[in-house]
Structure formats: structure tokens, C-alpha cells
Design a protein around this ligand. Structure first.
Ligand SMILES: *[C@@H]1O[C@H](CO)[C@@H](O)[C@H](O)[C@H]1NC(C)=O
Length: 361
């Protein structure tokens, strides 16, 4: 009978949702577009139509923080690189918390404050030198303001790596390791906070390795030092980072993925297509949901933020930059990325049928 099967199906769907949520599928909510929907519509869309349970933003936009209040979706915010100097001083760090965090906390669940964005990659010497002191001071400022449930970290591009192949020989650039990443990992261990990295298999595309990059069947990569085989680039990059951390004595610190993804359109390069972007993101979501971890980190799960929620029409640079989104600004999916509720392909026309069926449940 229809009713019986519906009742059997519902717990299954909930379980499936929980299984994914437990491994933390998040999304980067960038706002470099002049046609993006208002934050409240975005929060409602994510909550009702997708299995995304966390978003990451590149600033401390008060409208976005307000929009996610009480939504059950947590927000990771970013202190812009330009705020790093101020955050190294406790008085201005407390002021920063009072201005940007306190008005929204705890109604909006804020998981992390990221201090700057890929500072080792883009920042000047003063920002790099101030990074770990700013993280420590901001952590103290949060405690001084009575906030104990927001962690402080920062996201790194893989330019922090000197070597990544084979994965067991992954090492950080020696200067960064000594002056920044070592002290940062010490702080992250003390505060039980993950190191956040932005691994992009896409940037390693060379036309021949597409199956390895897209989690498709392939010959794999053998690491002769550990005798482990890799079937995908994502695991290989994660294990390279883990090996680099391990070499500094911090292999126990968790790793979170601040950004990863694949653009659906680009110019003059066959890496980008809707099919490739879909493959990467779908398989990534599935891979993370298994909870299998990687060859060097078995059974470890990685909180992951896909880049990005929307195609952003005002992002500068090559065409690909404006085509990282899973969704168009009107919420039409660019492709089915596997994060829609009940595994249904959502489109405006479809949603009417789909919603009425859900209401029927
Ligand atoms: C990983 O999980 C599996 C299944 O629960 C278990 O058999 C295995 O021992 C675990 N491995 C490690 C290294 O914890």
C-alpha cells in the first residue's frame, strides 16, 4: 500500500540525510554577483531543498549572519586579510568580536572564524607574520567575551606544499613549516580545531589523468614507500597534507576541506564541462559519505565545503571563475550534484510535483 511504503521510506531518507550530514557537507556561499538572491531566500532554499548543513562565507556580512539565524545551518565566517593586524591586539580583537560576532551569536550557529583567506598564498609579509598571533588573540578575545563554542582556524591553498607526490612524501615549504604552520598546528591541537586546506584536483588536470581526478575507474597511483594505492587525487592530496603535518609531529590534528570543486565552463581548456563538474562533485559527496577516510587516514572524516553555491557573474579572471557554482542565481541547478533532498533533481518546474508529493508524506 502506498501509505505503508511512504512510512517505510521516510526513515530511510532521514537516515541517508543524517549519514551525509554527519560527514559535514558544506558549501561556500560567495557573493560576487549582481544577480544573487537575498540571503533569506538562500537560507530557506538550502534548508528546504538541499542536504547542505553548513555554509562558509568570505566576510562577516551581517545580512547573511542574520538570515541563517535559527535555520539549523551553521555558518563559518572569515575575517578579511586586512583585519589581521588589528586581531593581533586583544583590545581590538575583543572589539571585533563585539561588532561582528556578538550581535548574531548564538541565534546563528557560527562554527569557525577563519582568520584571513589563504594568507600564506596571497598575504604580505606582515599579514603572514601576524597570522598565528591573530588566531591566538582572537581565540582569547572570544573567551573574554564569553563565547566558547566558536573555533578559530584559517584556510590554506596547497601552495603551502613543497611536495605532494607520492603522498607519503608530502611536505610543507620549510620556511612556512618553521615560522607559521608549526606554531599554527600547536594552537590547533590545543584548541582541538582542524587545519583547513583547499585541495583542488582540478588544478592538476593534464588531459590524461581525468579519471583519477574525477573518481572514475583508473590505474591508480602507487606509493612505494607505504605500499598504498590511490584511486583518486582527492585522497592523494589529503594524505600529502597529512604526511606534511605528521613530519612536524601533528598527524593527530584533524583536517577540514575549506574549498574544493570543479567549474562547469571554461575557455580553451577541455577540463571544464558540466559532465566533469558533475562527476567530481557527485563522486566527492559520495566518497565523503562513506566515511572510509584515505589510505593514510582510515575511517577519518573530513568536514568539507564545496566551492561554490552559485555561479558568480562578477568574479574577475577567466571564464571558469564565474562557473564554479552548483546553482544559477535563480536556484536552477547547473547539474545534479547529489545534494538535493531525497536525491531528486530539482528544477523550478519539477518542484511543484515534488513538493506536493512530500506534503503527501
Ligand atoms: C575502520 O573501520 C573498520 C570498520 O568499522 C574497522 O574494521 C577498522 O579496523 C577500522 N580501521 C581503523 C584503522 O580504525
Amino acid at each position: 500500500m502506498a501509505t505503508t511504503s511512504a512510512f517505510l521510506l521516510l526513515p530511510l531518507l532521514l537516515l541517508l540525510h543524517l549519514a551525509i550530514a554527519a560527514h559535514g557537507i558544506g558549501i561556500n556561499y560567495g557573493t560576487l554577483g549582481d544577480n544573487l538572491p537575498p540571503p533569506a531566500a538562500v537560507a530557506n532554499f538550502l534548508k528546504t531543498k538541499t542536504t547542505i548543513d553548513r555554509v562558509k562565507i568570505y566576510d562577516v556580512n551581517p545580512d547573511i549572519l542574520r538570515a541563517f539565524a535559527g535555520s539549523g545551518i551553521s555558518v563559518t565566517v572569515t575575517a578579511p586579510n586586512g583585519d589581521i593586524a588589528a586581531l593581533t591586539k586583544i583590545d581590538s580583537a575583543r572589539q571585533w568580536v563585539a561588532t561582528h560576532i556578538k550581535p548574531f551569536h548564538p541565534q546563528t550557529k557560527i562554527n569557525y572564524i577563519l582568520v584571513g583567506s589563504e594568507v600564506l598564498h596571497w598575504g604580505d609579509t606582515n599579514m603572514i607574520r601576524g597570522l598565528v598571533p591573530a588566531m591566538r588573540t582572537l581565540h582569547s578575545a572570544l573567551l573574554a567575551e564569553g563565547i566558547t563554542d566558536i573555533k578559530v582556524t584559517t584556510a590554506h591553498s596547497l601552495a603551502i606544499m613543497r611536495s605532494s607526490i607520492p603522498p607519503s612524501m608530502g611536505r610543507f615549504r620549510p620556511g612556512y613549516a618553521k615560522h607559521v604552520l608549526g606554531p599554527m598546528l600547536k594552537f590547533l591541537r590545543e584548541t582541538r580545531t582542524p587545519l583547513m586546506v583547499n585541495p583542488y584536483p582540478y588544478f592538476g588536470y593534464n588531459g590524461k589523468n581525468v579519471n583519477f581526478l574525477l573518481f572514475r575507474p583508473n590505474r591508480g597511483l602507487y606509493d612505494r614507500y607505504t605500499k598504498r594505492s590511490y584511486t583518486n587525487q582527492f585522497d592523494a592530496l589529503m594524505d600529502a597534507v597529512h604526511s606534511a603535518m605528521n613530519a612536524l609531529g601533528y598527524g593527530d590534528v584533524d583536517i577540514a576541506v575549506g574549498e574544493t570543486g570543479w567549474p562547469s565552463v571554461c575557455d580553451g581548456w577541455d577540463a571544464c564541462s558540466v559532465a566533469n563538474a558533475q562527476s567530481f562533485n557527485r563522486e566527492l559527496v559520495k566518497h565523503l559519505a562513506t566515511g572510509k577516510g584515505t589510505p593514510l587516514m582510515p575511517n577519518r572524516s573530513f568536514e568539507t565545503y564545496i566551492f561554490a553555491l552559485f555561479n558568480e557573474n562578477q568574479k574577475p579572471g577567466p571564464i571558469a571563475e564565474r562557473n564554479w557554482g552548483l546553482f544559477q542565481p535563480d536556484f536552477t541547478p547547473v547539474y545534479d550534484s547529489g545534494i538535493l533532498r531525497n536525491g531528486q533533481f530539482f528544477s523550478p518546474r519539477w518542484s511543484t510535483i515534488h513538493n506536493s508529493r512530500c506534503t503527501g508524506l
